[in-house]
Ligand binder design. Structure first.
Ligand code: GDP
Ligand code: MG
Length: 166
C-alpha cells in the first residue's frame, strides 16, 4: 500500500512534532512559536506493509499579510489530492472559531479525515472522553485517535488507522 497523508490544523497544535515522530527524524522545525512551518514539508514513512508520504503544513489561521496568505494556501491545498487528511487538534476544551472554520472546510473534501487529538499527556482521562464525544458529534471524522506526539504515545495506532484508508 502507498499514499499521501496530509497533516493539517491550527498553528501550534503539534503537527510538526507528529510528523517528526512518525518518520523518526527531525525534519520539520518544531517550536512553541506559531508559524514556524512556512511551507509544506514532505517526509516518507516506510514499513513492511506500506509507504506513505506525509505532508506537514503551516498552521491554518486568519492571514494578516501576504506571507500568511501563502502559508494558509499551502495548508489548505493539502486538503486536495491526498489519500488521508490528519486534522490535528490539541487539548483545548472547546472548538474555537479557528477550528470551527477548518472543520466546515473539511466537510466538503473527498479524502477521509482522521481527527488526531494531540497532547493527551496534558489531559485527564475524563476530559479526554468528553473531548472525543464533542468531536464525534461533528460527524465529519472517520476516526478519532488520541495521541501525544511529544511523548510518542499511540503513534503506532495512528499509523494503523491511516493504513486502513490507503
Ligand atoms: P505545529 O505548529 O502544529 O507544527 O506545532 P509544533 O509541532 O511546532 O509544536 C508546538 C508546540 O507544542 C511545541 O512546543 C511542542 O513541543 C508542543 N507539543 C507538540 N506535541 C505535544 C504533545 O504531545 N504534548 C505536549 N505537552 N506538547 C506538545
Ligand atoms: Mg509546524
Amino acid at each position: 500500500k502507498s499514499g499521501f497523508v496530509s497533516i493539517v490544523g491550527r498553528p501550534n497544535v503539534g503537527k510538526s512534532t507528529l510528523m517528526n515522530n512518525v518518520v523518526g527524524e527531525k525534519i520539520a522545525i518544531m517550536s512553541d512559536k506559531p508559524q514556524t512551518t512556512r511551507n509544506t514539508i514532505q517526509a516518507v514513512y516506510t514499513d513492511e506493509n506500506c509507504q506513505m508520504v506525509f505532508l506537514d503544513t503551516p498552521g491554518i489561521h486568519k492571514p494578516k499579510n501576504k506571507l500568511g496568505e501563502f502559508m494558509v494556501k499551502s495548508a489548505t491545498d493539502a486538503f486536495k489530492n491526498v489519500d488521508v487528511v490528519l486534522y490535528v487538534v490539541d487539548e483545548s476544551k472547546k472548538i474555537g472559531p479557528g477550528d470551527r472554520k477548518i472543520i466546515e472546510d473539511l466537510r466538503g473534501i473527498k479524502a477521509p479525515v482522521v481527527l488526531v487529538l494531540n497532547k493527551i499527556d496534558q489531559l485527564e482521562e475524563s476530559d479526554l472522553f468528553e473531548l472525543m464525544k464533542m468531536y464525534h458529534a461533528e460527524g465529519v471524522f472517520k476516526e478519532i485517535v488520541p495521541i501525544s506526539a511529544l511523548k510518542g504515545r499511540n503513534i503506532k495506532e495512528l499509523i494503523k488507522v491511516v493504513q486502513k484508508y490507503l
